[in-house]
Write a protein that binds this ligand. Structure first.
Ligand code: GRF
Length: 214
């Protein structure tokens, strides 16, 4: 079985989408562990609901970011997963951590990268009055919100959209493309050659107001 470890800091709705996919009959992956840097992250509860083991790693227990990252890395290394998914993990990971997991570490970001990196990406999109925004699943490299893009999905931004409304639309498509990306990964349908990512998947053209492309 293809084993996945998920890192979270909060609500964990993307974790839930991954769990739901992994619970389907004939699923191609399973989630073996969830790691959080927040003791109160709701995602930890979501994992426990499915008897998925969890770890809380407290940044305050470490004098440097590198030591904190190393503690997380040691947990991951002992589990030896096939893939590590950042799903709302709100910390920048050090270059050595990222390098050690190169090609096995992916993230979901709520914008069409390279637009609107960093936090508040959805508010940034609204402020810029773009006509489309969306989300991106990408490989993680030491630079924040960068790295080879695996799959993206777009939604229209309407002048009537509130921040909450747009957030909701984006979360909805995140919950489609993250499980899809992990499934394709597990099925060996994602091939990487440097910055070029080849994905063996024929995206739906337009389905209920969103577009998927990879
Ligand atoms: C998502 O919007 C994701 O793109 C970003 O953080 C948010 C996490 O939400 N990286 P959740 O915890 O999965 O609900």
């Amino acid at each position: 079985m293809f084993n996945v470890v998920v890192l979270i800091s909060g609500n964990g709705s993307n974790l839930q989408a991954l769990i739901d996919e992994s619970e389907k009959e004939g699923a191609s992956f399973r989630i073996t562990h969830v790691i959080s840097d927040k003791a109160t992250a709701y995602g930890l509860e979501r994992a426990s609901n499915y008897s998925i083991p969890t770890s809380f790693v407290n940044r305050k227990d470490f004098s440097s970011r590198e030591e904190f990252d190393e503690a997380i890395y040691q947990i991951i290394n002992n589990l030896n997963p096939d893939l590590v998914c950042l799903a709302g993990f709100m910390r920048l990971l050090s270059a050595s951590f990222v390098t050690k997991l190169e090609g096995k570490l992916i993230n979901i970001h709520p914008s069409i990268l390279p637009a609107f990196k960093g936090t508040n990406s959805i508010a940034q999109a609204l402020n810029e009055q773009v006509k489309f925004t969306g989300c991106t699943v990408h490989f993680v490299i030491p630079e924040m919100d960068a790295g080879p893009i695996i799959i993206q999905s777009a939604v229209p931004v309407l002048s009537s959209d509130s921040l909450e409304g747009l957030e909701e639309k984006i979360h909805k498509i995140e919950h489609k493309i993250y499980p899809l990306a992990v499934r394709l990964f597990a099925e060996k349908r994602i091939k990487v050659n440097g910055d070029n990512v080849q994905v063996d998947y024929k995206p739906e053209n337009n389905n209920g107001g969103y577009l998927i492309s990879c």
